[in-house]
Write a protein that binds this ligand. Structure first.
Ligand SMILES: Nc1nc2c(ncn2[C@@H]2O[C@H](COP(=O)(O)OP(=O)(O)O)[C@@H](O)[C@H]2O)c(=O)[nH]1
Ligand SMILES: [Mg+2]
Length: 253
């Protein structure tokens, strides 16, 4: 069994990918289990098999405890973490090929609080992998690409799980952007040349420094372009999951 945690900034397409990739896997005769870890989501583009909204009531916490949206999300995630063994028992009682875990909308509440690590520790068995979603429209600019590399390495440091970067929503972006991002991920030299040509002074120096310091971490993560609308790239994502993660190559790096 593979356990896939889907992470990325708010709106990067985590929930859509969770549903679409599960549909695709099922069409390939693979069994999947979909887990929603977002207590605050109103509607989901898939039918979750395990849903934390059945365990905590985000709206009620917000009104009864007079909390703002983020504080209520923190409180409800903490509540779920307190009952993590029940959640894990429910999830882990199913025998499936792929366990797909959709994480809360706001990345920082999952990634930079201890609850996130509790979830990734207890939920799922077998090989665990994290997908980190990138928006290709944003990442096609050098300084944004560097900022995303920095974020990806920070998430990797936090969870220490094998990570695959997903260049998402490619149906909505010109192909030249995807090619550019792939070129940067394959060659630090090419990224540095573009940083030097496209930015100036402090920004150029800062981008170059950051790129040089995190490139080794990030360049070891595969980068897969996909679309949850056309399902383009899903076969490649599946192949990378089974081949690279399956053989433990990412863990060894
Ligand atoms: N064009 C396009 N839009 C997408 C894709 N994946 C997600 N979206 C849209 O991006 C928005 C945010 O998606 P959602 O899955 O809710 O993001 P989340 O906050 O990361 O869970 C929604 O309007 C989706 O329809 C994709 O592959 N292509
Ligand atoms: Mg979502």
């Amino acid at each position: 069994m593979y356990t896939i945690f889907i992470t990325g900034t708010a709106g990067s397409g985590k929930s859509t990918l969770a549903g679409a990739f599960s549909d695709w896997l099922r069409s390939q005769e693979q069994s999947t289990l979909l887990v929603n870890l977002d207590p605050a989501v109103l509607t989901l583009p898939y039918e979750p098999d395990v849903d934390v909204r059945e365990m905590v009531d985000y709206e009620r916490v917000m009104t009864t405890r007079r909390l703002g949206p983020n504080a209520a999300l923190i409180a409800t995630l903490r509540e779920v973490a307190r009952h993590i063994e029940e959640v894990a028992d429910e999830v882990n009682s199913h025998e499936v090929d792929f366990l797909i875990v959709d994480t809360p909308g706001q990345l920082e509440l999952f990634a930079y609080r201890k609850e996130g690590r509790i979830f990734t520790k207890y939920i799922g068995e077998g090989r665990k992998v994290m997908l980190f979603l990138l928006d290709p429209m944003f990442c096609a600019v050098t300084r944004n690409f560097v900022a995303s590399m920095f974020l990806a390495s920070s998430i990797y440091l936090t969870f220490q799980l094998p990570m695959i970067q997903i260049l998402n929503k490619i149906d909505a972006v010109p192909k030249k952007y995807i090619d550019r991002i792939e070129r940067w991920s394959e060659s630090l030299e090419s990224l540095i040349v573009d940083i030097e040509n496209r930015s100036k002074n402090v920004l150029m120096h800062l981008s170059r420094e950051i790129a040089q310091s995190v490139y080794d971490i990030v360049s070891n993560m595969p980068i897969v372009p996909v679309s949850s609308i056309t399902m383009e790239g899903f076969a490649e994502l599946h192949a990378i999951l089974t081949r690279v993660v399956g053989e433990g190559e990412i863990e060894l790096r």
